[in-house]
Design a protein around this ligand. Structure first.
Ligand SMILES: [Fe+2]
Length: 417
């Protein structure tokens, strides 16, 4: 797994796997190169690269502060100090190992799972609408129904990690809160599956994630829907939603302690700067750390009344730069791995000048996904959009991603899968 960063963001200890000059196609290296010294950084600078691609593989960890790991080079272990501390526990073993990526799925089967995931997501929207409405109006919440829906989402993510995850791009609800609850659940499950959590553990993670902001239904509506920044006083009121959420869910049998921790601790931050208990590091429940990353990622990429959503890759880069401070570094990197370099639905520009949409991630070759070609090299739409697998199509490769609107009027309607 790799991500693109600007050259001035490169640090000692990172592994470079590709370089790119402005306006040119990236060049990928046969072997990753470890940046060991200031001299290495200066040499890269002198060559005039605009961007570099760094490897996030466990075998080539981009950790400037872990001198021993950087000096030892590939295969030095353990990668994460937190994992080392957890060694010997089930959680530690799973985090160290994670799960192997899915074996490549025939495209026809992936499409089948995608269709099923769309049904599941549609039902989840309705369930979220119902329980949020009931929470606001003081009616009882059918927690078994919520758990059943989460269980279907868990099953889908277990069958294939990409189908449901790709639907976390959908931001088309008229109410941000509904979409956000579903997306945080999907993204949390993707990360949880990547960590190797079991089905019953994923159930509780998903339940907590989908319910994470339920306490906001007890916050005055004018605060919830206020465009722009909240005043300090308003923010103090808003911050109470984590404890209010716990109160709403108290006594519900299927909401067990891990799910409750997500509701209560999803705004705690890795460095202790969050709220409301100022927990830090492993003191924050693993599921709350996962949901916290998913929560911020989805918020950054969503369009709001007062701000346009960020491009996915920009949001991932921002999270990446906050790893180890605001967020658990391993979980940030897991999320990046789950979503891929070019997540499904990303609009990309090809070397031919054609515009395309990513339809299926290639986890073995992240830069060569299956894409749907939309416009030709002159920006004119194909009479019938056609698909091509970039791993097999030697004449085409991705040169970058763009916002859908940058490609004119042909892409936006087609961009959501
Ligand atoms: Fe929240």
């Amino acid at each position: 797994m790799m991500i693109q960063i600007r050259l001035n963001e490169l640090e000692k200890g990172m592994y470079v796997c590709g370089v790119e000059k402005r306006g040119m196609s990236p060049v990928f290296l046969v072997n990753d190169i470890l940046v060991r010294s200031d001299d290495d950084l200066a040499r890269m600078s002198a060559r005039g690269y605009a961007h570099v691609y760094i490897s996030l593989n466990e075998e080539a960890p981009p950790r400037s502060h872990e001198k021993k790991v950087a000096d030892c080079g590939p295969a030095a272990a353990p990668f994460y100090p937190e994992t080392a501390e957890l060694a010997g526990t089930d959680e530690g073993a799973r985090q160290a190992e994670g799960v192997k990526p899915d074996a490549p799925l025939p495209y026809s089967e992936f499409k089948k799972e995608l269709a099923e995931a769309e049904n599941i997501r549609h039902d989840a929207e309705q369930v979220v609408r119902d329980f949020l409405h009931n929470a606001r109006t003081g009616k009882s919440i059918d927690s078994e129904k919520v758990l059943e829906t989460v269980g279907r989402m868990v099953d889908s993510v277990i069958r294939n990690q990409d189908a449901l995850t790709s639907l976390a791009r959908l931001k088309s609800f008229d109410d941000y809160t509904f979409a956000h609850s579903v997306n945080v659940c999907i993204l949390s499950l993707a990360v949880g599956r990547h960590l190797g959590l079991e089905k019953d553990e994923l159930d509780q993670l998903g339940l907590g994630a989908i319910l994470h902001d339920i306490g906001k239904m007890l916050v005055p509506g004018e605060l919830l829907n206020k465009p722009g920044r909240l005043s300090e006083g308003e923010f103090t009121v808003m911050k109470k939603h984590t404890e209010l959420g716990k109160d709403v869910l108290a006594g519900m049998k299927c909401v067990k302690e891990p799910a409750m921790k997500v509701v209560l601790e999803h705004h705690e931050r890795f460095d202790g700067s969050g709220y409301h208990m100022r927990l830090s590091g492993g003191g924050i429940h693993l599921y709350a750390r996962i949901a916290g990353v998913a929560d911020v990622y989805d918020a950054m990429t969503s369009n709001r009344v007062y701000q346009k959503g960020m491009r996915q890759e920009d949001a991932l880069k921002r999270l990446y730069h906050s790893r180890g401070s605001l967020f658990d570094p391993e979980l940030v990197e897991r999320l990046i791995k789950c979503l891929g370099v070019y997540p499904i639905g990303t609009c990309v520009e090809l070397n031919t000048g054609e515009a395309a949409i990513v339809r299926m991630i290639n986890h073995s070759h992240p830069l060569k996904p299956r894409v749907l070609l939309i416009t030709d090299g002159k920006g004119l739409p194909f009479h019938e959009p056609m698909e091509t697998d970039l791993q097999e199509d030697a004449g085409r490769w991705i040169v970058g991603s763009k916002r859908p609107e940058e490609f004119g009027s042909h892409i936006p309607a087609l961009c959501a899968i």
